[in-house]
Write a protein that binds this ligand. Structure first.
Ligand SMILES: NC(=O)c1ccc[n+]([C@@H]2O[C@H](COP(=O)([O-])OP(=O)(O)OC[C@H]3O[C@@H](n4cnc5c(N)ncnc54)[C@H](O)[C@@H]3O)[C@@H](O)[C@H]2O)c1
Length: 393
């Protein structure tokens, strides 16, 4: 079997890991990389590192991994498709849903393997959760919640937490539930201003099968956390993606305990805790990519162990929907009186800050919200400053 010639574009935090894993894969020869940073070559002394993609393409690549900043994915990916190179692009696939769809179409038209590095699908805990849900262990899934938080990243900040972090959770949620998003809403906040983008977000959504989802993301927490919780009719699964721990708690009709007149049943059920072990997710992801390249029949379908670019584009439809809408704000001041007063009370919305992008739409939504105040306090979309704060909500 002939060796596949591999390249890496972008040798930062993620690109170095890709280079390490590719260099160790059977049947693959890492032949070069490119990165405009003159210091990047020090990370990879075994193969040439060029300052631009043209030189790398002269090495006659079979496959390539793109781990450059997100804003550069579309331009680099287009050139690789035009050059006939099978490509895995890091998540998020591109900077916008439109760019992502163009990329997916380019690779499909060229008959090339085009996939995206949604690595959480290769996390052993996520795989185990999907399998157990598919096996009916929690019954009908009702709710999926994720929490992805950690310290501020010392790396590129060309996008905010929705593209950088929530894209992981959106993809894994769609994947384990087997259903796409149909509604989404979010409150986002820009706290540091360092990236010019949002630093934290609370996302609420609904999947096509009615599952309610919720994602908490930030890069402001001193504690790194990657948690997924799935609640179903028969029980719940909770996974810690960092430690590999998976808990199950079932309803099972309750537990019998001794009572004065004999055993009585109290709520409770089977509980188990397991430590899920599996291959390094990046190695599994790249092995899937290489296998797809070896066996590719033109276009990658869902059967291959890769995440097709089309799926990456669908994740970006969700991130775009979150970022296109202003933050959703619940008017809490209306909830201070007796319940009846709350129900009939007006929904008050604090003044808007100077116009952010799409402010005309915001104003229209605010108007719509105020006109529907006969019932319960409503969710009103708008950018509203916290009292005394310059932060955007
Ligand atoms: N799958 C994951 O878990 C994961 C984790 C981290 C990052 N990522 C993704 O990987 C990508 C890179 O992130 P990172 O954290 O490695 O960033 P980074 O800043 O550490 O590295 C980016 C590298 O790309 C180089 N670069 C810039 N423009 C380039 C160009 N036009 N061509 C080639 N190289 C270029 C930079 O010099 C830098 O060395 C991002 O899209 C990010 O979302 C994914």
């Amino acid at each position: 079997m002939s060796e596949l010639r591999a390249g890496v574009v972008g040798l930062g935090t993620m690109g170095r890991h890709h280079a390490r894993v590719l260099a160790g894969l059977a049947g693959v020869r890492l032949v070069g990389a490119c990165d405009p940073d003159p210091g990047a070559g020090s990370a990879l002394r075994t193969v040439p590192v060029f300052p631009d993609l043209d030189r790398l393409l002269e090495l006659d690549l079979d496959l390539c991994v793109v781990a450059a900043p997100t804003l550069a994915h579309a331009a680099i990916g287009s050139r690789l498709a035009a050059a006939g190179v099978h490509t895995l692009i890091e998540k998020p696939l591109a900077a916008s849903a439109e760019e992502a769809r163009i990329l997916a179409a380019q690779f499909e038209r060229a008959g090339l393997v085009g996939c995206v590095g949604h690595i959480e699908r290769f996390n052993p805990v996520v795989r185990a959760m999907r399998e157990r849900i598919g096996g009916g262990e929690v019954g009908t899934v009702l709710q999926i919640t994720t929490s992805r938080q950690g310290p501020y990243p010392q790396r590129i900040r060309d996008v905010g937490v929705i593209l950088d972090l929530a894209s992981h959770d959106i993809d894994l949620t769609r994947w384990i539930a087997g259903a796409p998003y149909v509604k989404v809403s979010a409150v986002t906040s820009r706290v540091t201003g360092a990236s010019g983008h949002e630093d934290l977000a609370a996302v609420v959504g609904v999947l096509q099968d009615g599952t309610v989802v919720n994602h908490l993301v930030n890069w402001l927490s001193p504690v790194k956390r990657r948690l997924v919780s799935v609640t179903g009719e028969l029980g719940s699964l909770r996974g810690d993606l960092l430690t590999g721990t998976l808990w199950f708690n079932g309803h099972d009709g309750g537990v019998a305990v001794p009572g004065p007149g004999g055993p009585v049943r109290v709520p409770g059920g089977r509980t188990d805790r397991s430590q899920v072990v599996g291959p390094e997710p990046l190695a599994a992801e790249l092995e899937g990519f290489v296998a797809a390249v070896r066996g590719h029949a033109g276009v990658v379908g869902d059967a291959a162990d890769v995440v097709p670019m089309q799926a990456g584009a669908e994740v970006m439809d969700v991130t775009a929907a979150i970022l296109a809408q202003p933050a959703a704000v619940v008017e809490v001041s209306a909830a201070t009186g007796p319940a009846d007063a709350v129900r009939s009370g007006p929904v008050r919305v604090a003044a808007q800050l100077s116009a952010p992008p799409g402010a005309d739409r915001v104003a229209a939504l605010l108007g719509a919200g105020e006109s529907q105040t006969g019932g319960l306090p409503v969710l009103v979309a708008g950018y509203v400053p916290a009292p005394g704060s310059r932060r955007w909500f």
